[in-house]
Design a protein around this ligand. Structure first.
Ligand code: GTB
Length: 216
């Protein structure tokens, strides 16, 4: 059955792979599933056909036969539950890998995402420096815990899992901030994720969208 996901027609990140379709593409590549991509303009994302798939008018979405899903975490979990390679078979290890998926999305992503937003939207506000410092403190507290847990392991809990996949996509948003480098084991962890062949294929696919749009 054909899998179709949605992505930005023109990603504001200019091909850096920071939009959330990247994690879905990566998961599909890890488990070896082919997929098609429907590219959407910002206008189309807010029109009824897309709103019927994603009530908030966002990307990514996932369609497979009569199943339509939104929320990148739910999509990655769906892929991981149905195909080998992203979740352990043993029940407790599987539960722990899912816990890491939630940790990525609920504990690490909010302050990291807010930091990016504040840098874009609040740079000229009088509270900018104060707000950025407060977010950086929160991020450092969270990364400290993550770094202690990871230690010198390759992945968060045994073999590479959907938890690592989501965590790496979240931590990548700190590239350029200097914060990641304060935790050498986390910087190496992100580099390990980015070195995976499936990651590279996903990255190239989303970059091709930007490159094609720019040359057209
Ligand atoms: N919780 C949802 C999920 O995980 O699927 C959130 C989805 C979401 O935030 N989608 C964003 C979107 O569609 C794209 S990923 N935004 C348009 C809108 O809300 O109108 C967030 C994002 C956007 C841009 C960059 N960038 O340019 O660097 C990075 C990440």
């Amino acid at each position: 059955m054909t899998i179709t996901i949605t992505a930005f027609e023109r990603s504001p990140d200019r091909g850096k792979g920071l939009a959330r379709d990247m994690r879905v593409r990566w998961a599909l590549e890890e488990v070896g599933l082919p997929y098609e991509v429907r590219l959407l303009s910002f206008k189309a994302m807010k029109q009824p056909p897309h709103l019927s798939l994603q009530p908030f008018g966002q990307i990514p979405t996932y369609e497979e036969g009569d199943l339509a899903l939104f929320e990148s975490g739910a999509i990655v979990l769906h892929i991981a539950e149905r195909h080998a390679g992203l979740l352990p078979d043993e029940a407790n290890a599987r539960a722990r890998a899912i816990a890491w998926m939630f940790a990525a999305l609920n504990t690490i992503e909010p302050p990291v995402f807010d930091r990016n937003l504040v840098q874009i939207l609040e740079r000229n506000e009088p509270w900018y420096e104060h707000r950025l410092r407060a977010l950086d403190e929160t991020i450092r507290r969270r990364l400290g815990g993550l770094s202690n847990h990871l230690g010198d392991a390759d992945w968060l809990d045994g073999a590479f899992s959907a938890g690592d996949l989501l965590m790496v996509t979240v931590l990548r948003r700190l590239h350029g901030s200097g914060i990641l480098e304060e935790y050498p084991n986390l910087a190496a962890y992100v580099a390990r994720g980015e070195a995976r062949p499936a990651y590279k294929r996903a990255f190239e696919a989303q970059l091709a969208v930007f490159t094609t749009a720019s040359s057209g």
